[in-house]
Design a protein around this ligand. Sequence first.
Ligand code: KIV
Ligand code: ZN
Length: 505
Amino acid sequence: MSERSIVIFDTTLRDGEQSPGASMNIQEKLKVAQMLSELGVDVIEAGFPVVSPGDFESVQKIARSVRGSAVCALARCKPNDINAAWEALKDAERPRIHVFLATSEIHRRFKLRMTQEDVLMHTEGYVRMAAALCGDVEFSAEDASRTEPDFLCRVVEMAIKAGAKTINIPDTVGYAVPTQFADVIRTLRGNVPNIDRAVLSVHCHNDLGMALANTLAAVEAGAGQVECTINGIGERAGNCALEEIAMALNTRRDYYRAGTRIVTEKLVPASCLVAGVTGLEVPRNKAIVGRNAFAHESGIHQDGMLKNPTTYEIMRPETVGFVKTDLVLGKHSGRAALSAKVTQLGYTLTQEQTNALFEEFKTLTDRKKEVYDADIRSLIQHVLLSEERVGWELVSYVCQSGTERKPLVSLRLRRGDFAVEANDVTEGDGPIDSLFVAICRLTGLNLQCREYRVHSVTIGHDAQGEVNVAVEFNNSEYRGRAVSTDCVEASILAFLDAVNRIAAA
Ligand code: KIV
Ligand code: ZN
């Protein structure tokens, strides 16, 4: 049997960004899009342009800069949505408009207040409108897995007739189970007369933990495109994880006889980048990209691994981008060693970024003797995301605290040429809380701290601490992240990162 090629449609920047607290700024979205393109993603869903000027601008910038992958934008069946999607996409090398409309009885009755005939009419009219603007149109039947099969066939036939080249079947609420979901795909393939004129796609949510299983069942039943996100982020419990579907198809090629264009060695760098920009940490035991995904703890397993890795390992860690040796860099390591490490970790940097990284690396080696891969990853992350950064910066801080006394902090910040300071702040339960009070005072923002997490990036007493925070401002949540060998400094920088995101938003 000849091998099929499965189209990878990534929606990290659209559905993924809908994860609570995962919003990204334009610069971060551009970096993620660049990474997705290097990863070999076929279609990048860049956003939902009608939603806000910021969404519009990021889709437009991605459309203008990405080469190699198609760039897609989402639109409801509404003229403004479709016009905004096209306006944002029109300079892309390969633009795609993604039009969606709910089809299930529940959505028709309670959300849309539409009859079946209304849904058919809207599908025809708006797919036609999109197809008149763009040669590549995808249509999604929202909540398809809970739609009456006969009606779903009629909608799909209509969308293809109106010009859709890809038909997406979402399991919007994560309700499907694999055998039933595969049947939906088979029913469409067997009953829609013009189905061979479109690629069938699936988009599975993970509410019951079955997003990957449902996606694979659909591929087996004939789906030619899968929609997924890095680290499986997305609405509620998230979407099918790109790294999981790519590696399942890759590792079980013998069974699925289907391949993708994904450069698997870039999976870990992509995962780290998305975790860094969204603040959504990857669980240690996460399949493929979790820190423990290739760690063997039991003695029996370790013994087997030493005798022959295939005893307990179905994939090599290097295949997904974990590097084999944790070669330690230090004060005496030069540019060449650093550049080699960057390449080994799966990143591609410009000359300018490499120079900035080298500066940061040298600063770090003044504070830390041994620099590990995880340190380099976090420096790269910082360099990738800190270009063009404007906003509040830390100038200096002093902080005293103890069991027998109230905390006492002083903080000096700068924004451009404008410096401000707060001295002898004593409010707060401890030093971090007092510094947070000082930041609110100096920036004039009324923030509530909703989350504060600190963990060590590597081992050793001089390890860097990574701080992740979430603050609430005007009913919206903003994340911040920073790394330093000084955890208090990392905390201030993480809060400032959140403050700067608020300013940017
Ligand atoms: O889950 C869903 O149904 C969606 C559609 C817009 C494709 O995200
Ligand atoms: Zn979705």
